[in-house]
Design a protein around this ligand. Structure first.
Ligand code: DGJ
Length: 533
């Protein structure tokens, strides 16, 4: 069996599994769920109830290598076996040296031996600090400069990938692997050990300087200006000015993770991703400095060519602005973590329809539909005035959306990278129309005739005059863009679903329902238009 891989189709990357395009319509489990296969049985059920085809779950370094060189893959095997029983795919999350910029999941033999496996010195000479800007949180993490740790992590990841190949290559249950989790350094923009100081004062590698100087077009404005005004050679400050410390951290974190990724990929060449804790305009160190945030993406592209996908964990309200930042440099959009509030469903539709994303996964999906705790509320940005941020996603609707996208996925993936697949969202009201050659669809979301405020509409053109439309919370109007035939009519409107790849009509809607095309619950339509004068 050919292992899963990314294929470029019409300029977009599509994940191919068992020789077919596969959209990852998934959820990420809470961190501790996959530490027990017994606990996971209920979680697979929930994924199934939400219509998901895949689950993102952690496998930890401490679990697979409890003593150095002694590997135990029994839990990994149980998780893969369970996924098969539930007909689910797995995106495996390698919790190795980094988990949320700390080292929670390093094995005890790594944690205890701080002279061999060095800690990052946020403050000179200290292996521990309290994050002043972050609720005085106790903080320690492994050093990104420590070669011993890098090699130990790479050996463990290599064994893991080798094992997955042996156990799973015939079935392709594991379809992608995230290397580490939200890596980087908190508390400072760079490490401050003597070794770090010395490296920071030494010459920046010439090929890296040349790459950065030649690739400023896509960079964030402050990074671009610092690089344009920096020297052509010299130490990190001379070359990169104000952003030197963050670039230094990114260079070393990305190079480290690339070593780990390469060791695994050599054994089993699955697509590999990294995820990031977003920068929200703060200074590096408030968010993990050196992590693969969009402002450091050029550095990551240079240093980490084994990584196929840079993925944002999006908990902020302006979800779509973040998506826009992570599609530069041909990066395929993949959302491994996001919120479970009332925009979770509409956003899933929009990332597929508009961004042609590889996949989408709300975090802690096990709790979808439940009221939010105080910490969830903080994470999900409920302090905004929008009441939908406080409202849990309706589970039945989420299930419908995920199942429908799944059933449509062969058709959708085929149109990735083309203008035949488009979407509009209530979160982007300035873009309210979709144009497909001689026809278009105008979408209204704020009408007094429509009680919902979470509208989304995805349209897939299947012939010049025919479309599948997945719609909710909208009123839609077909348009003619043919100047010779400016009027448009609906020849047929059907409501239905897909079954085993075939359209199954429930009702034909050519009466009142076509007079005002208003949708107050998720609906899949097949619509044929005509134009006249
Ligand atoms: C982001 C991390 O990547 C996850 O593992 C988890 O800790 C969530 N934050 C919690 O919200």
């Amino acid at each position: 069996m050919v292992s899963p891989y990314l294929k470029e189709m019409n300029g977009k990357k599509v994940l191919i599994v068992n020789e077919k395009p596969f959209l990852i319509l998934a959820g990420e489990v809470h961190n501790s769920s996959s530490s027990s296969s017994e606990y996971m049985s209920g979680v697979w059920e929930k994924a199934d109830n939400l219509g998901m085809n895949s689950v993102l779950l952690p496998v930890t370094w401490e679990n697979i290598e409890p003593a150095e060189g002694a590997f135990d893959f029994s839990l990994v095997d149980q998780l893969i076996t369970q996924a098969r029983e539930y007909n689910k795919k797995i995106v495996l999350l390698w919790f190795g040296s980094w988990k949320n910029a700390q080292c929670y999941y390093a094995p005890s033999w790594v944690k205890r031996n701080t002279s061999r496996f060095k800690r990052a010195e946020v403050k000179k000479g200290q292996n521990f600090t309290k994050l002043e800007d972050f609720y005085e949180m106790p903080y320690t993490t492994l050093s990104y400069l420590c070669e011993e740790t890098r090699q130990a992590d790479a050996r463990a990841f290599k064994e893991l990938m080798k094992h997955i190949k042996e156990y799973d290559a015939e079935e392709n249950t594991v379809i992608m692997v995230q290397v580490e989790n939200e890596p980087g350094l908190q508390g400072a923009a760079r490490e401050n050990s003597d070794e770090a100081d010395e490296l920071f004062q030494s010459e920046v590698p010439a090929d890296f300087v040349a790459f950065m100087k030649n690739n400023t077009a896509s960079m964030a404005e402050d990074v671009k200006q610092a690089i344009k005004h920096g020297a052509n050679e010299g130490n990190w400050t001379e070359v990169f000015g104000e952003v030197a410390a963050e670039i230094f951290s990114s260079y070393h974190v990305a190079t480290y993770i690339n070593t780990v990724a390469a060791a695994g990929k050599k054994e089993y060449a699955l697509p590999l991703s990294v995820n990031c804790w977003l920068d929200k305009g703060q200074k590096p160190g408030m968010y993990p400095s050196g992590g693969p945030v969009s402002r450091m993406m050029e550095v990551w592209k240079f240093c980490a060519d084994e990584i196929d996908v840079i993925a944002p964990d999006i908990y902020v309200p302006n979800f779509l602005d973040v998506c826009d930042e992570y599609i530069k440099l041909g990066n395929p959009l993949f959302i491994p973590e996001t919120v479970t509030h009332a925009y979770a469903g509409p956003r899933q539709v929009y990332v597929v329809g508009h961004y042609h994303a590889l996949g989408y996964a709300p975090f802690g999906f096990e709790d979808m539909g439940e009221e939010f705790s105080a910490i969830d509320s903080y994470l999900f940005g409920v302090e905004t005035t929008d009441p939908l941020f406080k409202e849990p996603q309706d589970v039945q609707e989420y299930q419908w959306i995920t199942r429908t996208l799944n059933e449509l996925s062969p058709l959708l993936a085929h149109k990735y990278g083309t203008t035949d697949l488009q979407a509009v969202s209530c979160e982007r009201k300035d873009q309210d129309s979709m144009v497909f050659g001689e026809y278009g669809i105008k979408v209204m979301m704020d009408s007094h005739m429509n009680s919902r405020r979470d509208g989304v509409c995805l349209a897939l053109k299947i012939a010049e005059d025919e479309f599948y439309v997945l719609v909710n919370g909208c009123i839609i109007h077909p348009l003619s863009l043919d100047q010779k035939n400016p009027y448009v009519g609906v020849l047929s409107l059907e409501e239905g679903r897909f079954e085993a790849g075939n359209w199954k009509m429930h009702r034909r809607l050519n009466g009142d329902e076509v007079a005002i095309m208003r949708y107050e619950k998720p609906t899949l339509l097949r619509m044929k238009l005509y134009s006249y004068k």
